[in-house]
Design a protein around this ligand. Structure first.
Ligand code: UD1
Ligand code: CA
Length: 447
């Protein structure tokens, strides 16, 4: 049976008290809407339809090509939101899976079970429910004597007795498409001026058609985001899920509670993550690395056997056996070759350091190409910016840059050359030459 997913993402999210649309608040480093969409992505073979409204353009930009969009210009409730997808889907699909963008932890497996349940259900729809002690403002499930669902009562409309019901509406439904399109038109306007999708239960019951509930086992999946408190709860659940999966895959986490790994990260086996490590974006770490404590790696690629100690690595690439830190900062375009050593208080930006290069202490290397086995003395600085342009520095293989050298770019230091401590180098230095002083001048051959 052809199934198409419709994801509701048009609401403002008033309870977030935010300028930002709720579904764009980040969870695990990516917008909320992306989590539900990822779960739905490969489920049906059909491109999901996302209903956007509040902040429509920004939400569409965050989702990109992963979905089709329909606009709900006025947010008149969840029933009204689904109605907006009718023109795009009528006659195009057998089943419609409806999901909510503020339910980011429901897994693809759970949605899959819901679809399978409806495939064999003679009634018009199946829905996800959960038993929980904290109702979290969810709709309560009232059952018929035969076990089918009689009604979903919204929290603010529930009687005292109904409020005590522990079975809750999770907000995931799978409908017979043709029944859905017709039934949506019968939803009455609520006291709040909205069309509730949940009223479809009453409509089905009035027709004598049973609604089937599929009770979920893992209540953690049903954390919905209505407030920033919920967002923090979801963040910690997501983190626990991700951390557990990496430990099972062979990564040591010294303290999972303070280890933050975003969903798009990859890590090789026998890598050890120390407390307060954050791995973000599309970071890839190799095998047998040691990272942290207190280390941030953002959108970077790190090879095998690397050591990153108390450092910040952003948009950088490290080959194998590289060691960095403490207090090192690798910025965009930093590329450290095999075995490079970058010690404390160093900064590298938009530069390549060839294998074996060493910069142990207090250096800034920007817009530079550093040859093999170059030694960069303490306090060396590439003066790459003249106030207008960023200029390039090139240092040949085996050169030895004395402590506190200022390399005024554009500049070329030949292979095997040396600079004296404290020199200010303003002119290119030939191979194997030794230059000293301010401005630096040749003294003799280095070798
Ligand atoms: C809804 C359900 C409630 C259920 C809960 C579970 C209704 C009436 N109530 O309540 O029974 O327990 O979800 O999470 O459905 N949206 C739109 N357009 C709108 C209104 C909402 O696209 O006009 C979207 C929102 O962006 C959100 C989702 O629908 O992703 C749910 O809306 P929300 O207002 O959060 O509903 P709840 O009060 O949580
Ligand atoms: Ca909600």
């Amino acid at each position: 049976m052809k199934t198409t997913a419709v994801l509701l993402a048009a609401g403002k999210g008033t309870r977030m008290r935010s300028e930002l649309p709720k579904v764009l608040h980040p969870l695990g480093g990516r917008p909320l809407v992306r989590h539900a969409l990822d779960a739905l992505a490969d489920l049906t073979g059909q491109t999901p339809v996302v209903v956007v409204g509040h902040g429509a353009e920004a939400v569409q930009a965050a989702v990109g090509a992963a979905a089709r969009f329909v606009v709900q210009a006025e947010q008149l409730g969840t029933g009204h939101a689904v109605m907006q997808a009718a023109s795009a889907l009528e006659g195009q699909t057998d089943l419609v899976l409806v999901a909510q963008a503020d339910m980011p932890l429901i897994t693809a497996e759970t949605y899959q079970k819901l679809i399978v349940a409806q495939q064999t259900n003679p009634g018009p729809f199946s829905m996800l429910t959960v038993l929980a002690d904290d109702p979290r403002g969810f709709g309560r499930i009232v059952r018929n004597p035969d076990g089918s669902v009689q009604a979903i009562v919204e929290d603010h409309e529930a009687t005292e007795e109904q409020r005590a019901i522990r079975e809750l509406n999770v907000g995931g439904y799978c409908f017979q498409a043709e029944w859905l399109w017709a039934a949506l038109k019968q939803i009455p306007l609520s006291a709040k001026g909205e069309y509730y999708l949940t009223d479809l239960v009453k409509i089905a019951n009035a027709e004598g058609q049973p609604v089937q509930a599929l009770m979920m086992e893992d209540a953690e999946e049903t954390i919905g985001i209505n407030s920033r408190v919920h967002l923090a709860e979801a963040e910690s659940i997501l983190r626990r899920r991700i951390n557990r999966a990496w430990m099972e895959a062979g990564v040591t986490l010294i303290d999972p509670a303070t280890t933050y790994i975003e969903p798009g990260v990859q890590i090789g086996p026998d890598t050890v993550l120390h407390p307060n490590t954050m791995l973000r974006g599309s970071t890839v770490l190799g095998a047998r690395c040691e990272v942290g404590p207190n280390t941030l790696v953002q959108d970077s690629t790190v090879g095998d056997d690397c050591k990153l100690f108390m450092s910040v690595v952003e948009y950088a690439r490290l080959e194998n056996h590289v060691d960095v830190g403490p207090y090192a900062h690798l910025r965009k375009g930093a590329h450290l070759g095999d075995g490079v050593h970058m010690g404390n208080f160093g900064e590298v930006k938009n530069s390549y350091l060839a294998p074996g290069a060493k910069m142990g202490h207090f250096s800034y290397i920007g817009d530079a190409t550093i040859g093999k086995d170059v030694n960069i003395g303490a306090g060396t600085i590439t003066c790459n910016y003249d106030g207008v342009n960023k200029n390039h520095t090139e240092i040949g293989d085996g050169a030895f840059i004395g402590s506190d050298t200022m390399l005024v770019a554009p500049l070329k230091i030949g292979a095997g050359a040396r600079t004296g401590a404290g020199s200010v180098v303003t002119k290119d230095v030939p191979e194997d030459a030794l230059v000293v002083g301010i401005p630096a001048r040749p003294v003799r051959k280095a070798k």
